[in-house]
Design a protein around this ligand. Structure first.
Ligand code: HEC
Length: 204
């Protein structure tokens, strides 16, 4: 009898501890709450409230997907990358620098859009020594091209990273700028030039 009581107490303890660690999540309720949280969002932004397959898998696994899922994400996202028709991945670093510093676009005050979107790279990365204020969610990109010897394969990797960050790193916190149509191919080329050109302030 006594052992049954103890077992019951232990069991109750385990259940409540588990309940504390992992509260039941009703994803339908979350979806409804998110949709209702932005009542003034323009209709063309609404589709962004629906998670795509990659976001769903990342959410389920709290951004640490098992290997098979991670491989599937990388393959899926890589297939979404579009390249410049002429094969040239390097644009103009000066335009890239302006884009990296600009957080314009996709904010409520930017609607309807009056200017092209920026990349907001400084919100997450250090890019030049001169910059005093930058975010640190992403690694510093100081001397990014220099330490990679301005190589062709590395330039391609940088293009792919900016176009679709999850093709390189599943469940990355970096936005998928090209795939989500935040930036154009031309803009991405300018940003690649910013990190990969010898004369860019990133590599000085
Ligand atoms: C919301 C934060 C965030 C923003 C905004 C962001 N990044 Fe990133 N970036 C990251 C993180 C985090 C990583 C580290 C790898 C990963 O998790 O994907 C990264 C990695 C990178 C890498 C590869 C670094 C390496 O070690 O090889 C490059 C290149 C890069 N970012 C460029 C950019 C550019 C250019 C922009 C602007 C268009 C940008 N990032 C905007 C978060 C961000």
């Amino acid at each position: 009898m006594r052992s049954i009581v103890i077992a019951a107490i232990l069991l109750a303890g385990t259940v409540s501890a588990q309940a504390q660690q992992k509260p039941a999540v009703d994803s339908a309720k979350i979806d409804a709450a998110i949709a209702a949280a932005f009542p003034t969002a323009p209709p063309e932004w609404r589709p962004r409230f629906d998670q795509d397959e990659t976001m769903k898998v990342c959410s389920i696994h709290h951004n640490v997907p098992p290997k098979a899922d991670a491989d599937a994400i990388q393959a899926r996202e890589k297939a979404k990358i579009e390249y410049p028709a002429d094969g040239n991945l390097l644009g103009d670093w000066k335009s890239g620098e302006r884009l990296a510093q600009s957080g314009y676009g996709l904010r409520f005050t930017d609607y309807p859009a009056r200017n092209p979107n920026g990349g907001n790279c400084y919100a997450c990365h250090q890019l030049t020594k001169a910059e005093v204020s930058y975010g640190t969610i992403g690694p510093s990109l100081l001397n990014y091209g220099k330490v990679r010897n301005f190589g062709a394969a590395e330039t391609k990797a940088a293009y792919e990273k900016v176009y679709n960050a999850q093709a390189a790193y599943p469940c990355s916190n970096m936005p998928r700028f090209g795939t989500n149509k935040v930036l154009t191919i031309e803009q991405i080329k300018d940003l690649v030039a910013l990190v990969m050109s010898p004369d860019s302030p990133v590599n000085k």
